[in-house]
Design a binder for this molecule. Structure first.
Ligand SMILES: Nc1ncnc2c1ncn2[C@@H]1O[C@H](COP(=O)(O)OP(=O)(O)O)[C@@H](O)[C@H]1O
Ligand SMILES: [Mg+2]
Length: 267
């Protein structure tokens, strides 16, 4: 079960989809423990099972073998949908209901629960709206009228509506421009400190990773091959790690204007 500080404890996890000849192993004997207060970045190649791992923690996918324990109880007891009182989840895509206003999106899980009168649900959602740096006048906006950065903020408020101690984020800064991405990282850092959150975040973005992570875990060869502080993990000998840390650096270096070349072109 792990001690009281262990928020997520994954032991001997195997995930196999399909049966017989079509059986496909995503995770095999995967171990990962996450302690209270960590901001753990999960990195790995496309299709290595990062999102499936978050789904295990949410209790949406059942282990083929092994165990996934969240706050001392099997994750599958959570029945998580991304906004439970134990785990909040910011999904990679389709985070918002397009037919609902900002406030109704944030309030959704609390309203579904049906234990609070509507006026209190509304108040709670307004508190979360402000918590993520939005203004009261944004409450009635529809998702189609929001910028990418604002959509992420609303999705974050929605994930936090039940005050969960654990927050899962699937590529939270993907698709944001560098400025919005920096703002979102600053917001996450503030909320992590203010609310005492434990955060597990899938990211491909090296800036986000260095900016926020207290630890990085690398998913490759169907398990967590190494974890540690970002600069330590970057030294680990593995083709994916080499490609990820050097490859992206290389791409960013390429994006810098050449020292002596054609005049700068405005985008
Ligand atoms: N419910 C499912 N049934 C069958 N295969 C799945 C299911 N969910 C995910 N997969 C497969 O598992 C692998 C890992 O998926 P995913 O966790 O989404 O990868 P990523 O690391 O890119 O997030 C992929 O090959 C995906 O197609
Ligand atoms: Mg994914």
């Amino acid at each position: 079960m792990g001690d009281a500080q262990t928020v997520v404890d994954i032991r001997g996890l195997a995930t196999v989809f399909g049966k017989g000849d079509a059986a496909f192993t995503v995770h095999d004997d995967l171990q990962l423990a996450v302690q209270r207060g960590e901001i753990l970045s999960l990195v790995g190649g496309s299709g290595t099972g990062k999102t499936v791992l978050l789904r295990h923690i949410l209790g949406l996918t059942r282990p083929t073998r092994g165990s996934v324990t969240v706050l001392g109880r099997p994750a599958t007891e959570l029945g998580g949908d991304g906004a439970s009182s134990r785990v909040g989840m910011l999904f990679q895509q389709g985070a918002l209901f397009s037919a609902f206003s900002v406030l109704d999106n944030i309030a959704f899980a609390l309203r579904e629960l049906g234990t609070l009168p509507p006026v209190l649900v509304r108040d709670a959602a307004m508190v979360k709206l402000r918590l993520v740096g939005l203004k009261p006048e944004h409450a009635t906006r529809m998702p189609a009228d929001l910028s990418g950065g604002m959509i992420k903020r609303v999705a974050l408020a929605r994930a936090l509506i039940m005050d969960p101690p654990l927050l899962l984020l699937d590529e939270p800064t993907a698709g944001l421009d560098p400025n919005s991405s920096d703002e979102f990282c600053a917001l996450l850092r503030e909320l992590h400190a203010a609310l005492g959150l434990t955060v597990i975040m899938v990211t491909h973005d090296l800036d986000t990773l260095y900016d926020l992570s207290t630890r990085v875990a690398v998913l490759a060869d169907r398990r967590v091959i190494t974890s540690g502080p970002p600069r330590q993990v970057a030294q680990f000998e593995h083709p994916f790690i080499h490609h990820f840390f050097l490859g992206e650096r290389g791409r960013r270096a390429m994006a810098q204007p050449p020292a002596a070349a054609a005049p700068t072109q405005e985008a």
